[in-house]
Design a protein around this ligand. Structure first.
Ligand code: FAD
Length: 408
């Protein structure tokens, strides 16, 4: 928990109030990070149980005014100030109080609706998003459209007041448990690929939706394939303009990248690795010490980058660094932490011998969730380069009608 010495009295009072509420409602972390529980998710029932736990926590936070602290009250928020969010985050870091994957959907859809939604959409969806009364999944990627998302082909044809949707999505995190999805569909195949996409909200219990979990090498099934067979979605569920969903998509992708990058600094992996090295007696080995130092430095650099970024965002200033850099830095940090875990444990780190090796294996495998999810490292670098003024990659399709672009 943070120092309160130099804070204004109002901030100190809020900190005391938040801490008291957390103490009354959540256990302390006791050194174990929420995310280190991923191993238990090998069991689908345990994964769903964890998801339910996150929902309960989100709902408690929301009822107490600690979810969407700066959001408008009519949208389910607390109408508060950005310093309150910072204080809540600082205080809650010490508690086993996670909203898990829900936090990602709140960051993505919440940002999209607040920027692009109609007043009615904001009033309808935002409060239930914050209270976890409605949970969400992202339905963007397709087998032929991941990095090149604008190539997507899931087709929506208008029929009066509804769109009829046919097609397939893939890699959809927690779609097996979500109540609703935010979906990208092709509404105009005659337009260039970025100009015929619409962003639409879909009730996952609609007839014609089939969700098939995908089992990963770890045994977990975090992702799904989602199939749409003549699914009817009201036209009123479009966010933004019909055919102009790419603007909404860009807002989601930016919020996702920023969320992943800034979320990373909450995970104090270096501390866990130091404890592991101490327990194994390798904390005096100079090579291991170097690995631990690298991990600590990487983590601290990311924490500072994240702080600079969040301070700017909360005070309404232009961020001094590109948000996508945070996610890239986290992806590189994850490679380092996996390597450090393996260096400490040696062959045991891969041999599945108990909690320590489970931890190291998770660290090694989890690097891919950050380096691929929300856009790959390579594509992230291309985008940053482009924003720095470098020429775009050569390629076809920017002005060609989507229907005329060769498909793989
Ligand atoms: C943990 C995780 C969670 C995810 N959750 C969701 C979700 O909830 N919803 C959803 O819709 N999707 C989700 N995804 C999917 C994710 O968005 C895609 O996997 C990602 O965009 C990459 O697309 P792809 O898998 O089709 O790979 P591809 O686009 O086929 O890329 C394959 C390889 O080629 C490289 N490559 C491609 N194009 C270029 C280029 N122009 N220049 C250089 N290299 C290039 C890539 O970097 C990559 O190494 C998730 C993925 C992960 C890992």
């Amino acid at each position: 928990m943070s120092e309160t010495v130099s804070e204004p009295a109002e901030h100190q009072a809020y900190r005391v109030e938040v801490r008291a509420w957390l103490e009354a409602n959540a256990p302390l972390k006791n050194g174990v990070d929420d995310w280190s529980t991923t191993r238990t998710h090998v069991d689908p029932a345990a994964m769903l149980e964890y998801y339910e736990k996150c929902k309960v926590w989100q709902s408690k936070m929301s009822a107490a005014g600690y979810a969407g602290i700066t959001w408008d009250v009519e949208h389910g928020g607390a109408g508060g100030q950005s310093w309150q969010t910072r204080i809540y985050n600082e205080e809650s870091a010490a508690f086993d109080a996670t909203n898990g994957f829900l936090a990602a959907t709140i960051a993505m859809l919440g940002t999209a609706l607040r920027f692009h939604g109609t007043d009615e959409q904001k009033r309808t969806y935002l409060p239930k998003l914050l209270s976890a009364e409605q949970t969400w999944c992202q339905l963007f990627s397709e087998p032929g459209a991941g990095s090149d998302l604008a190539s997507l082909g899931c087709r929506a044809v208008r029929d009066g007041d509804v769109f009829v949707v046919n097609g397939q999505k893939v890699w959809n995190s927690m779609a097996q448990a979500a109540d609703w999805g935010f979906l990208l569909v092709r509404t105009n195949p005659d337009a260039p690929k970025h100009k015929g996409i619409s962003f639409i909200l879909v009730d996952m219990s609609s007839p014609g939706i089939e969700v098939r979990p995908l089992v990963q090498p770890t045994g977990a099934a975090h992702f799904n394939e989602v199939f749409f067979n003549d699914v009817q979605i009201p036209v009123a569920n479009i966010v933004g303009e019909i055919d102009a969903g790419w603007a909404v998509t860009k807002t989601v992708l930016m919020a996702e990248s920023q969320f992943i990058g800034t979320g990373g600094n909450k995970i104090k992996v270096s501390q866990r690795l130091i404890e592991l090295a101490q327990a194994r007696g390798s904390n005096t080995d100079p090579v291991i010490r170097q690995e631990l130092a690298k991990t600590y430095i990487d983590e601290s650099v990311l924490a500072y980058m994240s702080q600079i970024m969040m301070d700017a965002v909360r005070s309404g200033k232009k961020p001094p660094i590109d948000g996508a850099l945070l996610k890239l830095k986290l992806a590189y940090n994850r490679v380092q932490t996996g390597n450090a875990g393996l260096a400490i444990l040696g062959a045991e780190g891969l041999a599945d011998t108990g909690p320590d090796s489970h931890y190291a294996i998770d660290e090694i495998m989890n690097r891919f969730s950050v380096s691929i999810g929300g856009g790959t490292n390579e594509v992230g670098k291309n985008n940053i380069g482009h924003r720095m003024g470098l020429p775009r990659e050569p390629g076809i399709g920017i002005d060609t009608p989507w229907k005329d672009i060769p498909k793989g």
